[in-house]
Structures are given as C-alpha cells and as structure tokens.
Design a binder for this molecule. Structure first.
Ligand SMILES: [Zn+2]
Length: 251
C-alpha cells in the first residue's frame, strides 16, 4: 500500500503514528502544503526515514493560502526542496472556494511559481484542483511542463504532474496523459459521473491511490484520536476503498 497523498503531520499523534506505519506495510508520500507543515514533516522525516524505507515528502503552497504568502515563504520552500533532493513540489493549484481564484489571479501566480520550481529541480508536481481542471492543464502547457516531462534525460528525473484526488473528466485525462501525468484516486474520485467515465481511460500504470487524510478525517472521533492503531486501520480502509472502487470499474 502506497498512500500517494496524506497529511501525516496533521493527524493525531503524528510521531507515534509514523513509527507504527514504519513497522508495517503502509507506505506514503507525506504532503506539506503550508510553512508550519513543512517543518513538522521535515522533522518526521529526520526522525524516521531509513535506507530501506525512505520517507517520501512533498513541499508546497496550497491555494487556500495563496493570498497570504511572501517571497520569504518561497525562499523557505526552495530551501526545503533543495535539502530534500527527492521531495515533490506541492500540493499546489487552484481552488474556487478560496480568494485569488479568478483568471490571472494570485492563485495562478503562486501555482505558476511552483510549476517553474518543479521544472527547474526536476520534481513531480502534486496538483490540487477544486474548480477548472482545463485551466490547470492550460497553465502546465503554457509553462511547457509537458515538454520537460516528455524528455527523458539521464541526469535529471522526469517531473510528472500528479492530479491528486482526481475529479476531472475524459478530456482532461486525454490532455494530461501525454504529459506523463499520474492520477491519484480517492474514494471521492468515484462520485461524479464525468470522472467515473474518465477513469477507465487511464492506463493502470498511471493510477495511484490516496487517503488525503488530514486533521478533519479524525475530528470528533475519540477512538482514533486516542489510538494510533485505530488510525492506521482507518487509513488502510480508506486506501483500500479507493482501490476497490477502481477495480470494480474495470470489470
Ligand atoms: Zn492535500
């Protein structure tokens, strides 16, 4: 089990939880999408990463805080990414529920800077989109992210766009596959008709599964808040739910 998108530092008892995950068969990419989370996630990596099971991270700026970030935050982001040479960039993208969403708005500017960072450093880009997927694809194309992704150089890993908690339609799948896109599926990816029709068009090697677990996942659940064993159980159930929805769609 590889959870392609989890906010580990936001979950109850993150240290004990990470320790327990490290002793089991549940692997993950720990996503950190605002400054305090960068630090907590980097500390978890420092404490738990091993040669056998390298701790995988992603550092970025979520569109929910796009209007609040400064150049200093970008400097700090770059330094986290340079320190952790295999970290992905993101999650970043567009979200219509937050300020700065409009065309040519702040969310776009903050997203574009992270597209450029991923290109420059040769890292995968974890993309969040609640709203216009077409605009996300257009921004990737305008930045020639697809051209970088299409060229395989032995010196640098090929950066891929990762559509986290994918909710786009068939047109988006067709437009993004030539960019080497990865589609990370969450149980919620199977709710919309247009996404249900799009998922079978994605080749199996481009599909991943995620829990997208964060502080809201266990809010008010006293058992989970008190027991890391229960949290691990819930994470596994969530991940398997996404996978089995995908398998059912294929038969
Ligand atoms: Zn997330």
């Amino acid at each position: 089990m590889l959870d392609f998108h989890i906010h580990l530092a936001r979950l109850p008892h993150p240290k004990q939880l990470t320790q327990l995950l490290y002793s089991g068969d549940f692997d993950f990419i720990a996503i950190a999408c605002e400054p305090w989370e960068w630090e907590s996630t980097a500390n978890l990596k420092k404490d738990f990463s091993t040669e056998n099971k390298p701790f995988k991270t992603s550092y970025g700026i979520h569109p929910m805080i796009a209007t609040q970030v400064s150049d200093a935050d970008f400097e700090q982001l770059r330094s986290y990414l340079e320190t952790d040479g295999v970290a992905s960039v993101g999650e970043c993208g567009l979200d219509k529920r937050y300020p700065g969403y409009g065309e040519n708005g702040v969310q776009e500017a903050v997203f574009k800077r992270q597209i450029e960072l991923a290109k420059e450093l040769g890292r995968d880009l974890q993309i969040h989109c609640v709203g216009d997927y077409g605009r996300v694809v257009a921004l990737l194309k305008a930045a020639k992210f697809s051209e970088v992704a299409g060229v395989s150089s032995s010196a640098k890993p090929v950066p891929r766009p990762v559509f986290h908690r994918f909710g786009g339609d068939a047109g988006i799948v067709r437009a993004a596959l030539p960019m080497g896109a990865i589609f990370s599926l969450h149980a919620d990816s199977f709710k919309k008709k247009s996404t249900l029709a799009a998922i079978p068009l994605i080749p199996a090697e481009s599909v991943r599964f995620e829990t997208d677990a964060d502080e809201t996942t266990f809010a008010g659940n006293a058992t989970a808040e008190n027991s890391v064993e229960q949290t691990v159980q819930t994470l596994k159930e969530r991940w398997l739910a996404a996978k089995s929805l995908w398998e059912n769609l294929r038969v």
